[in-house]
Design a protein around this ligand. Structure first.
Ligand code: GLP
Length: 239
């Protein structure tokens, strides 16, 4: 049974940031996989503020969760760019950062290289929840053993990218850490906010395990922590 933390939207980000800062304080050389997106952004903002007050990521290693393929270097939609702007560049002592090499001539080789980094061990993997139940870019059809790989993005993920970043340069493929690596992390956190994710979170936590909703496999992790705001947790019976 995962640990379920439900917080008011006003205190959610600060609470997650505080817990994450605690992880880094306890183990300065921690290896963490981090997502990008609307969900973690306020957490990162809080972290930057708290880091100024003492916590340090200087000895940590941050490993990217996923990345779009086909966007030009420096494109603001790139997960690498987002993570740098939303968190890493704001830290007084930046950690070692391992992005996914989306510009590699051979994306499969880039995925394999990223997988080797993750295989060295993840103390903590933090993931968001896609509206279609994806984790990273482990889209519907993925199972618990799905590896780090190049993926075709689901139409809903393409549409979400289009809505956020504008039409005309919507990538159709990405690279994601595999479900296998995420489930092998020592600890796994699922961050979810907003009433628009209430249904998908309820199904991920209390519906059947299914490849239609890859997040449902996260429950297999022995140390899964679900941190949701009250809106996202509204459909979860346990909450
Ligand atoms: C994106 C990413 C995921 C992210 C998810 C939710 O497409 N591939 O890594 O966690 O969708 O994003 P958001 O937090 O913006 O809702």
């Amino acid at each position: 049974m995962p640990e379920l933390v439900v917080l008011p939207p006003t205190s959610w980000a600060a609470a997650v940031a505080q817990r994450l800062a605690g992880v880094v304080d306890d183990r300065p050389d921690v290896r963490i996989c981090l997502p990008t997106g609307d969900t973690p952004r306020p957490v990162y903002r809080c972290l930057i503020e708290r880091c100024g007050a003492g916590s340090s990521f200087a000895s940590a290693t941050i490993i990217a969760l996923d990345e779009w393929l086909g966007l030009p270097p420096g494109d603001p939609a790139r997960c690498e760019v987002r993570l740098r702007e939303d968190l890493l560049d704001g830290l007084t002592a930046p950690p070692r950062f391992v992005p996914i090499d989306a510009d590699a001539a051979d994306p499969d080789a880039a995925a394999a290289a990223h997988d080797r980094i993750a295989a060295e061990g993840l103390d903590l993997a933090i993931v968001g929840l896609g509206p279609n139940g994806h984790v990273g870019f482990n889209e519907p059809g993925s199972d618990a053993a799905s590896p780090t790989r190049v993926v075709e993005l689901a139409p809903t993920s393409q549409a979400a990218a289009q809505a956020r970043y504008g039409a005309g340069r919507t990538p159709t493929r990405g690279i994601t850490l595999g479900m296998d690596r995420l489930l092998a992390a020592h600890e796994l956190w699922l961050l979810v906010t907003g009433a628009h994710k209430a249904d998908v979170l309820a199904r991920a936590l209390e519906g059947p395990e299914t490849t239609d909703l890859p997040a449902s496999f996260l429950r297999r992790h022995p140390r899964l922590v679900v941190m949701a705001d009250a809106g996202a947790a509204a459909g979860v019976a346990r909450a």
